[in-house]
Design a protein around this ligand. Structure first.
Ligand SMILES: [Zn+2]
Length: 387
């Protein structure tokens, strides 16, 4: 028998449905964390812990002579919005989503309860098969990803002291191996003008008008770096806020522009600040009386694990074994908790079931076949790393 014979697929599908049927918006993960802990118990994990934030962490222990592998992902989900029956967890015909097979439907199915369920079952297969691992395999479900980027995973790493030699982030990759993603900087630009009576705008400097011109200038003039695997960097405007408490008719003397700048690993806050200062200086040659000051207000870490890293090679080999082809390395378009794991010096690669295109949409669903394939690939990678 090989390890795949010890994966209980019917139970895995049922467990995934149960997770989807357990609502867990950010900050409300207690029930889902407990459901995962109970399943780990049923599957004879050696150690199970649920911390104060509802990080749920299960461990199958090796004999201490091999590498430790962390399989993790988040257990919260985006709000369901107008999605009908968001917590049904029903198995339905996938043709309405353009998928020619049955799917599990519900909020969080693709992002990312299916991956969590696969990770639990892949690790449990080691126990079931009676394999003596050399290194530990840790399965962790982290809260607070959707709302407060990385709060849960950072608590697990820094407070619970969880560490590993390698990690797999299970955010949906449509069963491809992802080597990372761009980082995201939020830059706030404060534009200052001069107040005057609105009946006499020529006496003032209209900060809203200056800000609007600056927005156009930034979008037209920002030269951005490119990357073969992670994709090209982008810039867009997130928000435009007039920061006056207008009562009387006045020319506004202040506005705030919020800019999203996706960046590559290696780019620093200082570099990006410098770019914005230079852009503003250039804009000043075209926009009369422009006064603007940039400031970085959010920083989401970029992730890049090179293809020659052991965890990437092992995962690709596992995919080859299970799916018959290695596939093409790619990257997420959005950010993940995996970047924060990698920032702690743990090489981290991405692999998960489901098409990330449907994350946070009313069409949230997960093809049943992806569960089986992902669980097999996780199990094979565990064997390779910890076996
Ligand atoms: Zn996600």
């Amino acid at each position: 028998m090989d390890i795949f014979d010890y994966l209980k697929f019917d139970d895995l599908v049922n467990f995934t449905q149960h997770l989807v049927q357990t609502p867990s918006e950010s900050g409300k993960e207690k029930k889902v964390a407990q459901a995962i802990a109970q399943e780990m118990e049923k599957l004879h994990f050696d150690e199970i812990q649920v911390d104060e934030l509802n990080n749920v962490i299960g461990r199958i222990k090796g004999d201490g002579t091999g590498a430790t592998l962390l399989l993790n992902g988040h257990i919260d989900h985006a709000e369901p919005g107008a999605m009908p029956e968001p917590y049904s967890g029903k198995i339905i015909d996938g043709s309405r989503f353009g998928v020619a097979e049955p799917v599990i439907y519900g909020r969080g199915a693709v992002d990312m309860k299916g991956a969590i369920a696969c990770m639990v079952y892949a690790a449990a297969a080691m126990k079931k098969a009676g394999i003596k691992l050399k290194g530990d395999v840790i399965v962790a479900g982290n809260p607070f990803e959707e709302e407060s980027a990385a709060k849960g995973v950072l608590y697990m790493l820094d407070h619970d002291g969880i560490t590993a030699d390698y990690a797999i982030c299970g955010e949906a990759t449509c069963l491809n191996v992802y080597v990372g993603h761009r980082g995201n900087a939020e830059v706030k630009i404060t534009v200052k003008g001069k107040m005057s009576h609105a009946s006499n705008p020529g006496r003032g400097i209209n900060a809203v008008v200056k800000g609007a011109e600056l927005v156009t200038f930034i979008l037209q003039n920002y030269t951005l770096p490119k990357h073969d695997l992670l994709g090209d960097c982008t810039v867009t405007i997130l928000d435009f806020v007039t920061a006056t408490s207008r009562k009387a008719p006045v020319v506004p003397d202040r506005c705030e522009i919020y800019v999203d700048r996706r960046f590559l690993p290696g780019e620093t806050k200082e570099q990006i600040m410098q770019e914005f200062r230079e852009l503003i200086n250039k804009a000043k040659t075209q926009i009369k009386d422009l006064e603007a000051e940039p400031e970085i207000t959010k920083w989401g870490v970029a992730l890049y694990t090179p293809p020659e890293e052991v965890i990437v090679e092992k995962l690709v080999a596992a995919r080859q074994k299970v799916m018959g082809e290695a596939g093409k390395l790619s990257a997420w378009i959005f950010g993940t908790d995996g970047a924060f794991v990698a920032e702690r010096g743990i090489p981290t690669v991405g692999f998960g079931p489901g098409n990330e295109y449907f994350a946070h949409t009313p069409e949230d669903h997960l093809p049943i076949s992806h569960l089986e394939i992902a669980a097999k690939i996780y199990a094979q990678t565990v064997l390779e790393i910890c076996g």
